[in-house]
Ligand binder design. Structure first.
Ligand code: ZN
Ligand code: FE
Length: 774
């Protein structure tokens, strides 16, 4: 009798194993699933592995079926499932559900989630005087807090992170082991008793610590007071130190600019909440959503006319980078009554150097720009800058992909052996792949700088170690002199690996295709600063017919000399002279520039270089044409940051203006000589710079659309990939998309991978990934 009964119950039981990949670690996945399954009377176990999560579920057959069918709805809010495999197992009669220890076997697929902004629950505790974590600057739970920046190994568990140095106190341990608590298995949790702590100190004349103030409340208060008094304070964040000062104090801002050697480049600002943000910039729902998301990036928004910020925050620009407090530390600081309503929060470094990681390095090298340091004793394992997001046609376009995004993978088309792609030189990142997953590194920056080149190698070592990826193939740019090319060759020689060189602008298009999972050929529009072309010239205004493995260069911007080579990148007046010379001749070019701009520019000297092919290489760069027009209009002759001339030209363009200048399309080149001529005529007629700028922008968009239309006529392709640094220009990008759609084109644009050179490493990796799969 009992035998039959036993058989019957067994028959109705079922046990399955779910092997789950995606963002399933560090987001409270196991405890959340634990609670859901215990509630449904299921037994089994759940375990983190380097690949993701293994989940065994045993219970009544109907219930198990239900769980498998509806699993996607059972996961915690910040989790994401990429794929899930279901295997049937024999029921064991297990009675309980358990969270097992993590396994560290095998190859890791998605080991570590990105850092996430403080969640609502943790914020509430912070402000609740009765809560034991009230005012606690390191408050985190299963769904928020630092992850990538404190991760030292996989899987993402406390023992593999910088929190390992802070053993849980008895009370925290109780929460950690209590399935009903929202800190059940929260790997980064702590409390004022057992966790890291804050301190504030000022620097004396020997750059040693003076007046150290410990204790969270007192340290925050001292920082707030220093900021209110116009001082600048280095504040330890998630991926490095910020340099902060009152954003409405022109003297404080000027001092930071002088010390950082950053005279004009826009500084980002942190405000306490959306109400203050609305006072300094124009807002849409999209902006609000991105600002308040778990990524909490810097968002570029249109300045209001009545802003209380000083003009030197983003001089000459229409938009401003704004962010909200994303850690409890920032929250406490911005909520303090002494803290100014808006803070400059820029990376604590000199221009283009890596962001500072500890107070010792600030004391040693940056003490001139810092009056005090808000420090704490949790180490930063991985450097990570703030991410920067722009909004084009109400959709986010990431300009800098770092904190909050890294190390989220991007899916490539094929399963292929591991690849390292090293990127180019400016705004650099690298990409490592495993199978079809591409992991792009955090923002590294300009690797022509020696410190950043070290940072590149250091980051590569850490990142490849963390991901456990040993590349079998290396991809780099075609430029012979990029430090990344040398790095690729050295590493390849040492390890006996092949190197593949991918053309710069083709890599731009490939990165756009990769991000949009596009595998069919497209019309590739790469409008960019400069990159090495396969004819040895400098490219940057390119119209390709591009597939995953081949491209044809169908059209390009007409070649013009770049007087003095790379110098022309930072001195737009050189490009103005080059374009003017082509249009009205060298002599008249010099006298025209002299007449309208009485700057002490070495015009004759530069004009003398134009016909010297060695000193003035030819370029088809779109960015250089923008530079030329910016200087021609007297907006910017010399730049202190990349893209400044074009950004200031864009900021001045009159909205709603629809005029277009003439240009000429040849067999292979598109010439803007007639455009320059028309601009000269309008300047003579004293048409305003705003109108000319707008008409120039319209002309570029018109040319893009016409060229795409020609290529469509020849090939039948109707999908256009838009990439390159010029796609950061909001008006060019938005209007190109708009006009292309009017003519029935489909467009693909960048979303979370930057259109600028930071996206190149992904494109290089995508090329090798496709090539290896053949
Ligand atoms: Zn939380
Ligand atoms: Fe580029």
């Amino acid at each position: 009798m009992s035998g039959i009964f036993h058989q019957k119950t067994k028959k109705h039981r079922r046990r399955v194993r779910l092997s789950i990949h995606g963002r399933v670690q560090g987001v409270g996945f196991r405890p959340h699933i634990y609670r859901q399954l215990v509630h449904r009377n299921c037994a089994g176990c759940i375990q983190n592995t380097p690949q993701g999560v293994l989940l065994d579920i045993e219970g009544e057959a109907k219930t198990v079926e239900n769980v498998v069918q509806n699993f996607a709805e059972m996961i915690p809010p910040r989790a994401r499932i990429d794929d899930m495999e279901v295997t049937e197992l024999a029921p064991t009669g297990e009675k309980f559900f358990a969270i097992s220890d993590s396994s560290s076997d095998g190859d890791s697929l998605l080991p570590i989630p990105p850092d996430m902004a403080i969640c609502r629950d943790c914020r509430r505790e912070l402000a609740d005087a009765a809560d034991r974590r009230s005012g606690y600057a390191f408050n985190t739970c299963t769904c928020c807090g630092p992850r990538f920046t404190i991760a030292g190994g996989v899987p993402f568990d406390r023992i593999n992170s910088e929190m390992d140095k802070f053993p849980l106190c008895a009370e925290c341990r109780k929460e950690f082991t209590d399935p009903s608590n929202h800190r059940f298995h929260a790997q980064t949790m702590s409390c004022p008793r057992c966790g890291p702590h804050l301190s504030f100190f000022s620097l004396n004349e020997n750059n040693a610590k003076a007046k150290e103030i410990t204790g969270s409340k007192a340290a925050i208060a001292a920082t707030a007071k220093a900021l209110r008094d116009g001082l600048s304070v280095a504040i330890k964040g998630l991926g490095g130190f910020h340099l902060a000062c009152d954003a409405s104090d022109p003297q404080a801002v000027e001092r930071i600019r002088a010390c950082k050697r950053r005279p004009h480049k826009p500084l980002s600002v942190m405000v306490g909440g959306l109400d203050t943000a609305r006072k300094i910039c124009e807002f849409t729902q999209t902006a609000e959503d991105i600002l308040s998301s778990e990524i909490a990036p810097i968002v570029l928004l249109e300045k209001t006319s009545s802003s209380f910020l000083c003009d030197s925050i983003a001089p000459g620009l229409g938009r401003l980078g704004v962010m909200l407090p994303y850690t409890p530390l920032h929250r406490l600081l911005l909520d303090h009554t002494d803290t100014p309503p808006a803070l400059v929060m820029t990376s604590c470094n000199r221009s283009e150097e890596p962001i500072a990681l500890n107070s010792a390095s600030i004391q040693a090298g940056l003490s001139d720009m810092v009056d005090g340091i808000l420090d704490h004793n949790r180490e930063i394992h991985n450097r990570c800058d703030d991410s920067v997001v722009s909004i084009h046609s109400e959709a986010p376009v990431v300009f800098r992909r770092s904190r909050g995004y890294v190390p989220e993978p991007i899916m490539l088309q094929h399963n292929a052996p591991p690849i390292l792609a090293v990127g180019a030189m400016w705004k650099n990142t690298f990409t490592l792949t495993r199978g079809a997953r591409a992991y792009q590194s955090q923002h590294i920056g300009d690797v022509s700088d020696a410190d950043n080149a070290d940072y590149f190698e250091d980051t590569f070592r850490k990142f490849s170690g963390l991901m456990r990826i040993e590349p079998e193939l290396i991809a780099c740019d075609m430029h012979p002199d990029y430090p990344t090319t040398a790095f690729a060759q050295t590493l390849a020689a040492r390890k006996g690996l092949p190197v593949v060189r991918v053309q710069h602008h083709y890599a731009h298009i490939l990165s756009c295709m990769a991000e949009n999972a596009e595998s069919e050929p497209v019309i590739g529009v790469a409008m960019d600063g400069t990159g090495y072309g396969n004819d040895g010239k400098i490219w940057g205004g390119e119209f390709f017919i591009a597939g995953l493995r081949h491209y044809t260069r169908r059209f390009h911007f007409e070649y013009v000399p770049m007087p003095g080579g790379d110098k022309a990148v930072s001195q737009p007046f050189r490009m103005a002279l080059a374009y003017l010379s082509k249009t009205i001749g060298a002599d008249r070019a010099v006298s025209f520039m002299r007449e309208i701009h009485d700057d002490a520019l070495p015009l004759e000297q530069v004009a003398g270089l134009i016909n010297n092919q060695k000193l003035s290489p030819l370029t088809s760069s779109c960015g250089r044409l923008f530079d030329a027009v910016s200087s021609l209009l007297g907006i910017r002759h010399k730049c202190s940051y990349e893209g400044q001339a074009a950004c200031e030209l864009e900021a001045l363009a009159l909205k709603g203006e629809s005029g277009v200048y003439p240009y000429r399309i040849g067999d292979q080149q598109v010439s803007f000589t007639e455009t320059i001529n028309a601009i000269i005529e309008e300047m003579k007629r004293e048409i305003s710079v705003s109108v000319i700028s707008a008409r120039f922008h319209n002309t570029i968009v018109h040319a893009v659309v016409s060229l795409c239309d020609l290529i469509r006529g020849e090939t039948g392709l109707d999908r256009v990939a838009l990439s390159g640094g010029v796609m950061q220009n909001k008006s060019i990008h938005e209007n190109a998309v708009l006009e292309l759609h009017k003519l029935g084109f489909k467009t693909i644009s960048h979303k979370t991978v930057p259109p600028n050179d930071a996206g190149l490493s992904l494109g290089q990796a995508a090329y090798v990934n496709a090539d290896l799969s053949e």
